[in-house]
Design a binder for this molecule. Structure first.
Ligand SMILES: [Zn+2]
Ligand SMILES: [Zn+2]
Ligand SMILES: [Zn+2]
Ligand SMILES: [Zn+2]
Ligand SMILES: [Zn+2]
Ligand SMILES: [Zn+2]
Ligand SMILES: [Zn+2]
Length: 468
């Protein structure tokens, strides 16, 4: 039979325990059954297109049977088509019928397992073939570890114990290792037993070997260690076993080494102390220098402050012999003297201030205000002649805005300033001239001279020829 010969030439290899995937594949539309029918399949159950057993058989109106998939493939997508056997035209939708009777008969045919040649003796109706195929112990499977080996399902367990790529646990360190890599692993496994190459001790694990051979902490009697007096200069190296014998034998030598070592230490300590003393002295010197510098900086800051004040004064002070003074009355106490900003008679010139005492000079008069012109210590005094002689015209402005104020409505007075000598301070009480009873306080602190608690006073200083 053609169907049988074809089948025996194809061998299906699946991965062990992969029956689920083959079941999914059977959902796709398939052509005829290719199976080992026993006895051979009657020709009436054979599809004339695929020459295999009819699968999902359908019948045309001309009475020919095909697998459903085969006739669909032969007719393509056309709705009206021809029978492949006798070319009779039929409608694919309305003139093609499912043949349930033949379907049942085909599925009832006896078949043998496809793995018969590998020893499977299974035989049953065709309808059970796919189900058996998934479970057949003689189906060919590939090793799931990927070693490339193929074997029948029955031998899968056996191969699992022999596969070179199987995973096993190292019996020493319990790590999971591919069996093929086990021998190389033993060369590095930390828990693998080793023996000491020096003393021959055998019950050691690889991870303990380093500790066993350690010069300080180890216990290998044959490891070579330096003498305990190495730091003091003994260069002897002996097996650990012989160390105590060496220490005993070389007592004299070790003692001499210790003496010179101690001497060396003593001189080192001395030299360190010398260095520390020097450092200490340098530190003290630096501290002194720093204090000096700080003093200098403070002094310079003071000078800078003084210069800045002078500069401000020079920028603000008038140098024309004229002063305009806005006097703000204090809120309560009228006994303190009020000092005007300074002004110069010229540049270079003499420096003056006005001084207004609302309750009289040192409160001598409670009713009248005193007014003075006061010589101050000036920047140009070195270039000037003293004593000074001049006259100062003082004006207290009438601030009435009701009508134009003519000059005779302001309050004026002239103060003789004769024989004023050089002032030693900026607020010199001795070098001043003025009026003890300048005017009545009550008049001065009210309108029209005082508005919004403010007075406006002008001073014009005329200098006589100073005596040479
Ligand atoms: Zn077919
Ligand atoms: Zn036909
Ligand atoms: Zn089988
Ligand atoms: Zn394998
Ligand atoms: Zn291991
Ligand atoms: Zn050892
Ligand atoms: Zn020694």
């Amino acid at each position: 039979m053609p169907s049988q010969s074809r089948n025996s030439s194809t061998s299906s290899v699946r991965t062990a325990r992969s029956s689920r995937s083959s079941k999914l594949a059977s959902v796709e539309e398939k052509y005829g059954f290719e199976a080992n029918f026993e006895p051979s399949l009657d020709k009436k159950y054979t599809c004339p297109v695929c020459l295999a057993g009819l699968r999902e058989p359908v019948q045309t109106k001309c009475g020919h049977r095909f697998c459903r998939a085969c006739i669909k493939k032969a007719c393509g997508s056309q709705a009206v088509t021809k029978c492949p056997i006798d070319k009779i035209i039929f409608d694919l939708k309305t003139e093609l019928f499912e043949d349930l009777a033949v379907k049942r008969e085909v599925l009832s045919q006896k078949v043998l397992c496809v793995n018969k040649e590998r020893g499977c003796s299974w035989t049953a109706e065709l309808r059970y073939l796919e189900e058996h195929g998934d479970q057949c112990e003689f189906a060919l499977v590939a090793c799931q570890n990927g070693c490339g080996e193929e074997f029948i399902q029955q031998h899968a367990e056996l191969h699992g114990k022999e596969c070179p790529l199987r995973i096993i646990s190292c019996s020493y360190c319990k790590e999971n290792i591919v069996h093929r890599d086990l021998t190389p692993h033993f060369q590095v496994c930390p828990r693998h037993p080793v023996s000491c190459s020096l003393c021959g001790k055998t019950d050691l694990l690889r991870e303990q070997l380093k500790g066993h051979l350690d010069c300080d902490e180890g216990d290998c009697p044959d490891v070579v260690v330096p003498c305990s007096f190495e730091e003091m200069g003994c260069n002897e190296q002996v097996k650990r076993d012989l160390l105590s014998a060496h220490v005993q034998d070389a007592t004299q030598h070790h003692f001499q080494l210790m003496v010179s070592y101690t001497r060396g230490l003593k001189s080192q300590v001395q030299s360190h102390m010398d260095t520390m003393r020097e450092t200490h002295e340098i530190c003290n010197q630096l501290i002194c220098e720093q204090a000096d510098l700080a003093r200098q900086i403070t002094e310079q800051n003071k000078q800078i402050g003084h210069q800045a004040a002078l500069l401000r004064e020079v920028q603000q002070i008038g140098h024309s012999g004229v002063l305009y003074w806005k006097v703000e009355l204090p809120s309560q106490n009228y006994t303190n003297p009020l000092l005007s900003p300074p002004f110069y008679t010229s540049q270079p010139g003499y420096k003056f201030r006005l001084c207004l005492e609302l309750r009289g000079h040192v409160a001598r008069s409670e009713t009248h205000a005193s007014l003075f012109v006061m010589m101050c210590r000036g920047e140009y005094d070195d270039q000037l002649f003293f004593p000074f002689g001049g006259v100062c015209h003082v004006t207290v402005f009438n601030q009435s805005h009701s009508r134009a104020v003519s000059s005779d409505q302001h309050l004026t007075t002239t103060i003789e300033c004769q024989n004023l000598t050089r002032a030693e301070t900026d607020n010199c009480q001795t070098q001043k001239r003025g009026r003890l009873r300048f005017m009545k306080t009550d008049t001065l602190i009210r309108a029209p001279y005082c508005l919004n608690r403010e007075l406006f006073i002008r001073a014009d200083m005329a200098t006589f020829c100073a005596s040479a």
